[in-house]
Design a protein around this ligand. Structure first.
Ligand SMILES: [Fe+2]
Ligand SMILES: [Fe+2]
Length: 287
């Protein structure tokens, strides 16, 4: 896909060429540019710019002529991607294990930036509120990534120092043709899993004397509730558009796309705030 030109030149026989502003870029183009950007810091900057422009209304909603599949979004040469079983052990009892633990969460946040950008790029022609919501998510994911990247440096490591796996992006590929499936599986299954496990991580970090990382995860947990709530909102919207009943549809999509079982215990309070109904929670508890 070609990048938008930043300047257009007008000229006439009698006057020299004068630069005039190019027409505003579209949300889909800006999201695509962020998605394929390989440098982590530049990707975060692209996200902050995109979110600001969407809030200010300076990006148009024109659809991209072709929506690319994006098998692999832009990422730095490191971390190397390996199978989940080959990722380093993350025991908090050693310095190395703690760095590997923080690195794993940093990588999740890096993936989460791409997932939010892909939600902005891929699903077009939706209400402006959708793009406001998902650019807000992208911005918070970029902030999560940067906070953890800084924390990694404080413990003597850096992003890319350990191998990582690509499990989160795999789900983006599987659900790329369906908004209803994407909203069900990415925010309401994968990000919701983060709500369940983060309180235990915070506790463990505190028990091992790492209050600084625990504090970052507390901020992330609070904001992730909002991400899952945004997923719930647009999942219901997509169901309504297609005349689908949300609750049976969620169960059907879970069975269709998710090979594992939803692990327990669930963080019920956080999931309620994030838009899960009592009957949905009961079905997940039983499954
Ligand atoms: Fe996050
Ligand atoms: Fe998130």
């Amino acid at each position: 896909m070609t990048a938008w030109k930043s300047l257009r030149w007008s000229s006439s026989v009698n006057s020299p060429a004068i630069p005039v502003p190019a027409p505003a870029a579209s949300v889909s183009q800006a999201a695509y540019d962020g998605l394929v950007c390989c440098d982590a810091t530049q990707k975060c900057e692209a996200v902050f710019g995109l979110a600001r422009q969407i809030r200010e209304g300076t990006l148009n909603m024109a659809s991209a002529p072709d929506i690319e599949a994006v098998e692999c979004p832009g990422r730095p040469a490191r971390p190397r991607l390996v199978a989940p079983k080959d990722v380093a052990r993350r025991s908090l009892t050693t310095e190395q294990g703690r760095a590997a633990f923080i690195h794993a969460i940093t990588h999740i946040e890096f993936n989460a930036i791409n997932l939010a950008l892909d939600a902005l790029y891929r699903f077009q022609g939706l209400p402006r509120a959708y793009y406001l919501d998902w650019s807000h998510v992208a911005q918070e994911e970029a902030q999560h990534f940067l906070m953890l990247q800084e924390r990694l440096q404080q413990v003597g490591s850096h992003y890319g120092a350990f191998d990582a796996h690509n499990g989160l992006w795999d789900m983006a590929v599987k659900t790329r043709d369906s908004l209803v499936a994407r909203m069900a599986l990415v925010p309401r299954v994968l990000e919701a899993r983060g709500l369940d496990v983060t309180p235990g991580m915070i506790q463990k970090l505190r028990a091992h004397g790492d209050g600084k990382t625990a504090e970052i995860l507390e901020i992330i947990l609070e904001q992730e509730i909002g991400h899952v709530a945004i997923g719930s909102r647009w999942f219901r919207y997509a169901c309504e558009e297609q005349g689908l009943e949300p609750e049976p549809t969620f169960q059907r999509l879970l069975a269709q796309y998710y090979t594992g079982r939803v692990q327990k215990p669930l963080h019920l309070e956080a999931r309620r705030k994030a838009g899960f109904s009592e009957s949905e929670l009961a079905a997940l508890e039983k499954g």
